[in-house]
Design a protein around this ligand. Structure first.
Ligand code: UDP
Length: 253
C-alpha cells in the first residue's frame, strides 16, 4: 500500500490526502481529550463508533439538503470528504442548560431553555476556545456577516434534524458543537457543515433515566464511555454485532 500524505492531525482525527484533488480522507482515532486538553486517554473502539455515527448523521443531512463535506464511507475508521477551508469558529447549539452555560449563568443543569440558543467560540487551543460574539467574528475577519447567517441557519436545521432523530430513540439532545468550512467550487464559495457529529461533541441524555450517553462520561471520570457510545449506535440501528442488520433507528416507546 502506498504511504498517504498526512495533511493535518488533530486530537481525535487525522486528515490524509484523498484519491482526487479537492478530497481528503478523515480518519477517526481512539484518542480523547477534555475541553482544555488537560486530560488525555486512548479508548479502544471509540474511533470506529464515532466514524460510524458521524457518517450515518452526515449522510442523512446530505439527504435532506443540508450541505456537508461528507462524500462516502471508506472503512471502519475512515470517510471520504471534500476539502474545505475550516472557519475558525465553533458553533454550539443548546436546547437544555448544561456544562459551561449552567456554570456561567447559574442555570440548573437539565433546565429546558426558552428557545434554542446559538453560541460562537473562537477555535484556538492556546486560548482554550474562548466564547466570542458576532462582532468579534466580523471585526477580526474570521467570517463575513453572510457566512454567520449561513452557519446559524444550517446549525438550526441540524438541531431540528438531530433533536427529532434522537427523540425517536429515547435520547434528549441537550446541546452540540459543529464546525463549518468554505467549499470552493470554481469561482463560487459556499458554507458547508464539516468536522464530525458524534457523542464526542453532543450531550445526549437518556429520556427516561437522564443517563449520559456522551463524552461527559470521560470529562467527569464516570467510566462506561464505550458502552454509552455503543448504546447510541445500537439505538440508531447502526451497530451490527451478532444481531441481524437493521435499516434505521429503532423507536423506543
Ligand atoms: N463541545 C465540543 N468541543 C469543545 C467544547 C464543547 O464538542 O471544545 C461540545 C460539548 O460536547 C457540548 C457542547 O459543545 O455538547 C457545549 O459544551 P460547553 O460549552 O458546555 O462546554 P464544556 O462543558 O464541554 O466545557
Amino acid at each position: 500500500m502506498s504511504r498517504r500524505r498526512r495533511v493535518y492531525e488533530g486530537k481525535a482525527k487525522v486528515l490524509y490526502e484523498g484519491p482526487e484533488p479537492g478530497t481528503l480522507i478523515q480518519h477517526f482515532k481512539d484518542d480523547t481529550t477534555d475541553s482544555d486538553s488537560q486530560k488525555h486517554a486512548t479508548i479502544e473502539g471509540k474511533g470506529v463508533l464515532n466514524n460510524r455515527i458521524s457518517e450515518f448523521i452526515f449522510s442523512k443531512l446530505n439527504d435532506i439538503g443540508v450541505p456537508t463535506h461528507f462524500i462516502r464511507a471508506i472503512n471502519m475508521r475512515e470517510q471520504l470528504i471534500r476539502e474545505v477551508e475550516i472557519i475558525p469558529c465553533e458553533v454550539v447549539v443548546r436546547n437544555v442548560a448544561a456544562g459551561s452555560l449552567s456554570k456561567r449563568l447559574g442555570i440548573e443543569e437539565g433546565t429546558q431553555l426558552p428557545r434554542s440558543i446559538i453560541e460562537f467560540y473562537y477555535k484556538n487551543d492556546e486560548l482554550y476556545d474562548p466564547m466570542v460574539s458576532e462582532e468579534h467574528i466580523t471585526a477580526f475577519g474570521w467570517a463575513t456577516p453572510q457566512e454567520i447567517d449561513d452557519m446559524m441557519a444550517l446549525a438550526l436545521r441540524v438541531n431540528d434534524f438531530l433533536a427529532g432523530l434522537f427523540l425517536g430513540i429515547g435520547i434528549r439532545l441537550v446541546d452540540f458543537k459543529v464546525e463549518f468550512g468554505r467549499l470552493y467550487e470554481g469561482d463560487m464559495v459556499r458554507v458547508v457543515l464539516a468536522d464530525e457529529i458524534s457523542p464526542d461533541n453532543c450531550r445526549l441524555w437518556d429520556i427516561r433515566t437522564n443517563d449520559k450517553l456522551d463524552k461527559d462520561r470521560f470529562r467527569n471520570d464516570m467510566g462506561g464511555l464505550i458502552e454509552a457510545y455503543q448504546e447510541v449506535a445500537r439505538r440508531l440501528g447502526i451497530l451490527f454485532e451478532n444481531e441481524p442488520k437493521r435499516r434505521g433507528p429503532t423507536l423506543v416507546k
